[in-house]
Design a protein around this ligand. Structure first.
Ligand code: AMP
Length: 144
């Protein structure tokens, strides 16, 4: 199973933020959309970075409420690990575990086409394993 299958199921809708967006605005977007991170895109749609609730919590701990006046560009992680639609679910899970992040932007021909979260990846992996168990059960029942 690949990242493309996850995007097919959940759709390719992307909630992105502007680099100049204030963190207060980013917080409102994350809360309203019930998501944990947002890619930061420039006007041409190029991926500049990613800002997650973790970045915001750290900034709040360091700067207090003043963190809310910072911009997405100031808090975002610039060195973003990305997947392609052909990345397998297993590979995506390994990238997230090793990199200690829960969001993986998906790029195709240099453009952001979706985001998969650790929740999407775990869900896909469990579904895949349940399918494997069913196939093995059917095989064993047929062989008996
Ligand atoms: P997360 O677990 O996704 O909320 O993010 C934890 C930290 O990793 C934060 O500093 C994020 O900005 C950063 N981060 C999130 N996703 C990625 C990614 N795909 N590549 C690199 N860093 C990321």
């Amino acid at each position: 199973m690949t990242v493309a299958a996850i995007l097919h199921d959940k759709g390719r809708h992307i909630v992105a933020v502007d680099p100049a967006a204030r963190i207060a605005e980013v917080v409102a977007t994350l809360a309203a959309r019930r998501i944990g991170a947002a890619p930061v895109l420039d006007r041409a749609g190029q991926l500049l970075g990613i800002v997650s609730e973790r970045d915001i919590v750290i900034a709040l701990a360091q700067h207090g409420a003043a963190a809310l006046d910072r911009t997405a560009a100031q808090l975002m992680t610039r060195n973003v690990s990305t997947a392609s639609p052909a990345t397998t679910v297993k590979e995506a899970m390994a990238m997230m575990t090793e990199g200690r992040f829960r969001h993986l932007p998906v790029m195709e021909a240099g453009m952001l086409v979706g985001i998969v979260s650790i929740g999407d990846v775990v869900k896909a992996r469990i579904a895949q394993q349940a399918q494997d168990v069913d196939s093995l059960r059917a095989y064993v029942a047929g062989a008996a």
